[in-house]
Design a protein around this ligand. Structure first.
Ligand code: BES
Ligand code: ZN
Ligand code: ZN
Length: 484
């Protein structure tokens, strides 16, 4: 799909269809369409098609970025069913030109996304070209350069998000840790600014990553530690992402009930997001050094499986009592966070589909932000809001910390109470964060929005690419690129 800026007035642009935005459900200015609206009982909500005049009326709830994304998604969903190649639309200008155009592009590109690899019949749309008239908006002139930057940014963000979705949606018999390593290596091959190192089980043993290795024990697929890096010259800061890459989580010997096991191919969402982020960062050529450390393994059952009652000595030297093998993500992350801290980050962010408790507490739309630094958490929260992702801060407290104490080891992998499960998982991870990184670390539990069993907003069924846009928004902020 192509996005083209045109200086012409919308009436002078040639295209197969025209889009007209309806703001505030205000139909007064469209006297020509009065009869059409009446016949269709159209009150300004959603879409109204005028096939005779080749015009689509579409609701634009407000100039907030999320409403811009939604309006453009709705345009695509309505017009992709018709046999047309090009459309012309007026510009939509919210607070910031770059963000407005970026949101517009995202709306269209999320409309296009569908994981249809395994369907014999694939829907193919003929819509190729979106021409955006920028003659003026509400009598205001704006910078064409900024609009073009916004279009490019929107394409990069949407491509990275859709790239992450493809990884998460891929089925578990194909998507093994080796496949994840292969994808990471191809990402580095396609982008000369990204390098990739893949470490096997021998390396993990040598590094004493026993918690990570324990989770992998009963799997026929060997584990991989994947390290992607992007190191621009004159980088101002170093940000390290760590992603939970459970290519399948059966629960292990503490086996999941059948209904809960379904969708656990999506337990690799954190790692997939970390891949999408570094891809976007390299394409945006940000002046920040970025690393993505991915812990890829399956959690399976078998005679060789790790067990409840096992005690594991992690890479950080912290001993862990295993009380539930389904709390495996935190074990993999513990060792990956240890590896990540050796990279000496200025900011360390882990992303994981870590707990069902987070989904119960926050619902399916919202990710949790945790950590020890309230200013950092609040700052991240404020920025994430504009990205189109929902987040909230969950605070640690000393009483919850008590619940992960173990009688025979330094920490238990499961809290003694079900209540507060998202936070106790975060507190478990905190055990592996060294003093000097306590204030530089954020934990994002993306278990809710990472995989949708029912589509919502502009997100299709399946993976949503959770984590990608909010983290890039934060990196853009750090690099002082626009994000108003
Ligand atoms: N991968 C799951 C968490 C999850 C659940 C993600 C639902 C997405 C949707 C994780 O490994 C897990 O099973 N966690 C357990 C922890 C418990 C045993 C302490 C959970 O949340 O039940
Ligand atoms: Zn689990
Ligand atoms: Zn898991």
């Amino acid at each position: 799909m192509n996005f083209e800026l045109s200086a012409k007035k919308i009436t002078q642009i040639k295209a197969d269809f025209e889009v007209v935005f309806i703001q505030d459900k205000n139909l007064k200015n469209f006297s020509k369409a009065k009869d059409l609206f009446k016949i269709n009982d159209y009150k300004g909500e959603g879409a109204c098609l005028d096939l005779a005049n080749k015009i689509l009326y579409i609701e634009l709830k407000s100039l907030e970025y999320e409403d811009i994304r939604m309006a453009c998604f709705n345009i695509y969903k309505t017009l992709s069913k018709l046999n047309i190649k090009s459309i012309k639309i007026p510009s939509i200008l919210g607070k910031c030109v770059v963000m407005s155009f970026s949101s517009l592009v995202q709306g269209f590109k999320f409309g296009v996304y569908e994981f249809n690899k395994y369907k014999s019949e694939k829907k193919i749309s003929s819509l190729e070209k979106i021409i955006i008239s920028y003659e003026e908006i509400n009598g205001k002139e704006f910078d064409k350069k900024e609009a073009q930057i916004g279009i490019n940014m929107g394409e990069i963000l949407a491509n990275a998000t859709n790239f992450t979705k493809d990884i998460v949606n891929e089925i578990p018999q194909i998507y093994t840790p080796l496949k994840m390593a292969e994808d990471a290596l191809s990402l580095a091959k396609e982008n000369k600014d990204i390098t990739c190192k893949v470490y096997d089980e021998k390396f993990l043993s040598k590094e004493k990553m026993n918690a990570f290795l324990a989770v992998n024990k009963a799997s026929i697929h060997p584990p991989r530690l994947i390290h992607l890096s992007y190191k621009p010259k004159n980088a101002k800061q170093k940000v390290v992402f760590v992603g939970k890459g459970l290519t399948y989580d059966s629960g292990g010997l503490s086996l999941k009930p059948a209904d809960y096991m379904l969708t656990m191919k999506a337990d690799k969402s954190g790692a997939a997001a970390a891949m999408g982020i570094i891809k976007a960062v390299a394409e945006l050529k940000l002046d920040i050094e970025v690393h993505s450390v991915l812990g890829a393994t399956e959690n399976m059952i078998g005679g060789d499986a790790y067990k409840p009652d096992d005690v594991l000595i992690s890479r950080e030297g912290v001993s862990i009592e295993v009380r539930n093998t389904d709390a495996e993500g935190r074990l993999v992350l513990a060792d990956c966070l240890s590896f990540a801290q050796d990279l000496k980050p200025d900011l360390l962010i882990d992303m994981a589909t870590l707990t069902g408790a987070c989904v119960v507490g926050l619902g399916e739309f919202t990710s949790a932000i945790m950590g020890n630094n309230e200013d950092l958490q609040n700052d991240f929260y404020q920025t994430s809001k504009k990205s189109g992702e929902y987040t909230t801060v969950l605070h640690f407290n000393p009483h919850l910390r008590e619940l992960i104490k173990s009688n025979i080891a330094d920490v238990s992998n499961t809290a003694s109470s079900r209540y507060g499960g998202a936070i106790t998982a975060g507190l478990f991870l905190d055990k592996f964060i060294r003093k000097e990184y306590k204030d530089k670390w954020l934990h994002l539990d993306i278990a809710g929005p990472a995989y949708l069993e029912k589509s919502w907003g502009y997100n299709a069924f399946g993976a949503s690419g959770a984590g990608v846009r909010m983290c890039i928004a934060y990196l853009l902020k750090l690099s002082s690129k626009v994000m108003k």
